[in-house]
Design a protein around this ligand. Structure first.
Ligand SMILES: Nc1ncnc2c1ncn2[C@@H]1O[C@H](COP(=O)(O)OP(=O)(O)OP(=O)(O)O)[C@@H](O)[C@H]1O
Ligand SMILES: [Mg+2]
Length: 311
């Protein structure tokens, strides 16, 4: 698959604060790639370097075949970015803000006005076109910021906490747009603390904290880092069942809660049958067994706890 963004040994320090330490990532065309990590992990810094807003200390990033060290102007034309603080001129109207940015991208008339109108309508801001940017709500400002990033129809989009301040209907619409853009070959780097958004949207994601802690798909990550993935209920014989669970190599861990066991089992699709067979052949009355759906949030917290313990 064609690689659109290649990050190689990226390092960034602010004074003696070493924020990024040897980040290397390869992001394929048409993907929604998630960037996740605790506050201060370096996500925005990575986004800002990729968007040519700040310089790396060392390392190289190649976007659509162009190196950021030597081709910043070309790259700026190919990317759109929404950062944490919307860069909007408060004293200009919504239209004039967008017209100014479209002019910076050399979008000629009448294409320029048509594009601005199309996006304002798409984001339900058409009625606000003549309003002063200072009079907009936070969510409306965020939408203007998103539109600014889209005006020149870039192939690569950097979205840093892009859904912040948007209402649920607008978030749903934006998520649909993102899926659609990716299906049409655009590449989106999506940074969010809302783990359900990462789960829903991203083909792949990296967890960073100065360096890359994990690089995986949401499904693999949930499976790998789930604490418990099977629940079992017994009418009686809990102590005997506990002894059987403790002896089974497929059972990685378990805990008892009242008359139920929560179990982390290696590959529930095949091992659940084995587990049931063992219990039933020992005459243990199993009343219920369920494969639990594990949230990305549970798995993320479980990984971070492990990383913390290993410090
Ligand atoms: N301009 C700057 N000058 C000095 N230090 C900075 C600057 N920008 C970021 N940092 C530092 O770099 C580190 C990473 O910050 P960054 O904004 O990249 O984190 P983040 O992962 O985006 O966090 P959050 O989830 O809170 O948005 C922090 O320690 C921050 O204080
Ligand atoms: Mg940030």
């Amino acid at each position: 698959m064609e690689t659109v963004i290649q990050i190689e040994n990226l390092c960034k320090s602010f004074g003696d604060n070493h924020v990024l330490n040897n980040i290397s990532l390869s992001i394929p065309k048409g993907s929604v790639f998630g960037l996740l990590g605790p506050n201060g992990a370096g996500k925005t810094t990575t986004m800002r370097i990729m968007s040519c807003l700040i310089e790396p200390t060392s390392g190289e990033i190649t976007i659509l075949g162009k190196k950021i060290s030597t081709n910043k102007d070309d790259i700026r034309r190919l990317i759109g970015c929404v950062t944490e603080s919307p860069g909007i001129y408060d004293k200009l109207s919504v239209w004039d803000n967008l017209d100014f940015i479209a002019a910076c991208h050399d979008i000629p008339e009448p294409k320029r006005s048509a594009r601005i109108e199309e996006l304002l309508r798409q984001f339900d801001l058409w009625e606000k076109r003549d309003a002063h940017a200072s009079s907009l709500s936070k969510g409306m400002k965020q939408k203007v910021s998103i539109i600014s990033a889209l005006l020149h129809d870039p192939d690569v989009l950097f979205f840093d906490e892009v859904t912040a301040n948007l209402d649920p209907v607008s978030i749903r619409k934006l998520k649909d747009m993102i899926r659609n853009w990716a299906a049409n070959g655009k590449t989106i780097i999506f940074c969010s603390h809302v783990l359900s958004e990462i789960d829903e949207l991203c083909n792949e994601f990296a967890i960073i904290r100065k360096h890359v802690i994990s690089l995986t798909t949401p499904q693999q990550f949930r499976e790998e880092w789930s604490v418990y993935n099977v629940e079992l209920e017994l009418a009686s014989h809990h102590d005997q069942a506990e002894r059987i669970l403790a002896q089974m190599p497929e059972v990685l861990s378990h805990q008892r809660v009242d008359n139920r066991f929560q179990i982390k089992i290696d590959n529930p699709d095949t091992s659940n049958q084995l587990l049931l067979k063992q219990l039933v052949s020992a005459d243990i009355p199993v009343t219920y067994i369920e494969k639990l759906s594990v949230s990305l949030e549970d798995s993320y917290l479980s990984l971070l706890q492990k990383v913390q313990e290993g410090k």
